[in-house]
Structures are given as structure tokens and as C-alpha cells.
Design a protein around this ligand. Structure first.
Ligand SMILES: [Zn+2]
Length: 298
């Protein structure tokens, strides 16, 4: 038996009088299907209130989470890509870049900035998946290299937030060179005694996993993030075996020793602050601490 029965027949509502829910008011979790208001979802830093599914967010959101009062200075904001190979797929590469810049409001797949996190200075590079799948081309590599140089110059810790489908095919070999370039810069950072925290978010794959994303003094990840080099289908075809359950999830990767810990986005800022307080004291502060100790001693 139906719950509602139409008493009168032939009722028609003109289209202009039909009431529709405005778009973007509600959020439906792709994992548990729970529905919450968009405002509450954003307040919860785009994690599901019910099952804690971490939704993909971009550099804008991560900078807002990490930098105090969302205050930061962006580095190399206007660096844009060339077209070294005259690459054309369904459209020429320069046209694709311009179209993506227009639709996303971003210049390329990474943004770098420095500012304060709970009062501690830090330099952060964060990738954006919306920009051609967060692919790593020359601009991404160069911006990360320059951000590392900025961290070295200012003697601040460096953090990388990765979210990438891998190297950018439209730049072929030029993309692959970015792996070596960023790795070399990170080696200099390490030699100079500055900490590097790498956070892998959903998804981190390909050449990014094979270079800077896995080179952190601390490699951390968000819950449920897909982390891998090749995709599961390619691996399955290569080894001719079924893959274990949960293969390439952050939890699986942690269990197999490739990650230091998994961090909830809502606890990220405090955990990073605690970690950096333990491992790093900036020289000026170090001298101050030493001299205050000396004063106490005398
Ligand atoms: Zn959910």
C-alpha cells in the first residue's frame, strides 16, 4: 500500500513554480552515504561526520588549516608551463593549460607558501589534484625546488603535501627530470639539518611517490589515501595474481613499513606542531635557550 495517495487527478505544477533544493547545500559521503549540510561538512574540514572519510581538498583548504589565521605569503605564484615538446593530444597542451587555469583558478598543480603554524615558521608546498590530475611537470618540480631553497635560506622546516596521478605526460622526459631535481634539493635540505615532512593524501602515485613524496624525515598520510607507484590493474596483470584486500591504502602501506603514521585531518596542525617542536629548534631560538640556560647557571 502506498503511503501517499493522490486524491485529485490531473494536478500539474508549472515548471517555474516547482521548488528545488539549491545545489551545494548538502553533502553525501561517497563512502557511507550519510548526508550532512555542506556547512557542517566544511566545518569538519571536509571529513565525514559519521565514518571519517577524508574528502579530497586542495591547497586553499590545507593552507587555511595549517597557517595561523590563514595568513601566508605565496612563493612563485605566477610560474606557468611552457610547451617544450609541442604536445598535442585531444587539444594542444598550451590550450589545455589555459583552459585548466580558467576552470580551477590555479596556475599549475602545486602552490608554495610560507607563514606561521602555531607560531612556528614553516614553508609548505601543496599539490592540487584539480589541475590535470595533480600531474608533475616542470613547473611543479621548479616550484618545489624553489620552496626548498626558501626553507634553506630562512632555515625553516619544509612540508610537502602530495596529491598526484604522477608525471605529466605532456612534458614526458622533462617531467621525469623533476624527480631528480627535487630529490637533489631535498638532499641539500637534509645536509643542512632542516626537517622535511612529507604528507601523502588521496591519491599519491607514480613519479611523485617515486621521488619527493617518500623522501621525508617523516612520511605521513591521511586515512584511506591511495598510495602506490603503478595502479592495481597494471600490477595484477604483471604478477598474474590477485592483490590482497586494502592493497595500496594508507593503512596497508603503514603496516608494511613505508609510513611513519596516519593522521586525521582534524588533528593535523597540532600533531605537526608537536612533532616539529620535538625535532627542530631554529638557531636563533637555540641560542636564546642556551644563553638563558647560561644565565640560570651563573
Ligand atoms: Zn561517511
Amino acid at each position: 500500500m502506498p503511503w501517499f495517495k493522490r486524491v485529485e487527478k490531473g494536478i500539474h505544477t508549472p515548471t517555474e513554480e516547482k521548488k528545488e533544493t539549491p545545489d551545494g547545500l548538502w553533502y553525501k559521503c561517497p563512502s557511507c552515504k550519510a548526508v550532512t549540510s555542506m556547512a557542517e561538512h566544511r566545518k569538519n574540514l571536509s571529513t565525514c561526520v559519521k565514518c571519517n572519510h577524508h574528502d579530497r581538498v586542495g591547497s586553499k583548504e590545507y593552507f587555511a588549516i595549517l597557517f595561523d589565521n590563514n595568513e601566508f605569503t605565496e612563493l612563485d605564484a605566477n610560474l606557468t608551463s611552457g610547451d617544450p615538446l609541442d604536445f598535442v593530444d585531444s587539444k594542444p597542451y598550451p590550450n589545455r593549460i589555459v583552459a585548466t587555469q580558467k576552470s580551477t583558478g590555479l596556475k599549475d598543480a602545486v602552490r608554495s607558501a610560507y607563514g606561521k603554524m602555531n607560531g612556528q615558521e614553516i614553508t609548505i608546498s601543496c599539490m592540487d589534484f584539480n589541475f590535470i590530475g595533480g600531474s608533475m611537470g616542470s613547473v611543479v618540480g621548479e616550484k618545489i625546488a624553489r620552496a626548498i631553497d626558501h626553507a634553506r635560506k630562512t632555515r625553516t622546516p619544509f612540508m610537502m603535501i602530495s596529491k598526484s596521478g604522477g608525471a605529466r605526460m605532456m612534458e614526458a622526459g622533462f617531467s621525469l627530470m623533476q624527480m631528480a631535481k627535487t630529490s637533489a634539493k631535498l638532499a641539500l635540505l637534509s645536509e643542512e639539518g632542516l626537517p622535511y615532512i612529507s604528507m601523502l593524501t588521496d591519491p599519491t602515485t607514480g613519479g611523485v611517490t617515486a621521488s619527493y613524496a617518500m623522501l621525508g624525515d617523516f612520511n605521513i598520510a591521511e586515512p584511506g589515501a591511495l598510495i602506490g607507484f603503478a595502479g592495481p590493474r597494471v600490477i595484477k596483470e604483471t604478477i598474474g595474481k590477485d592483490l590482497p584486500k586494502g592493497f595500496q591504502s594508507a593503512e596497508f602501506v603503514l603496516e608494511h613499513g613505508f609510513l611513519d603514521f596516519i593522521v586525521d585531518r582534524k588533528e593535523l596542525k597540532q600533531k605537526l606542531t608537536d612533532l616539529l617542536t620535538m625535532v627542530y629548534v631554529k638557531e636563533a631560538d637555540a641560542t636564546a635557550t642556551k644563553s638563558s640556560k647560561a644565565t640560570k647557571a651563573s
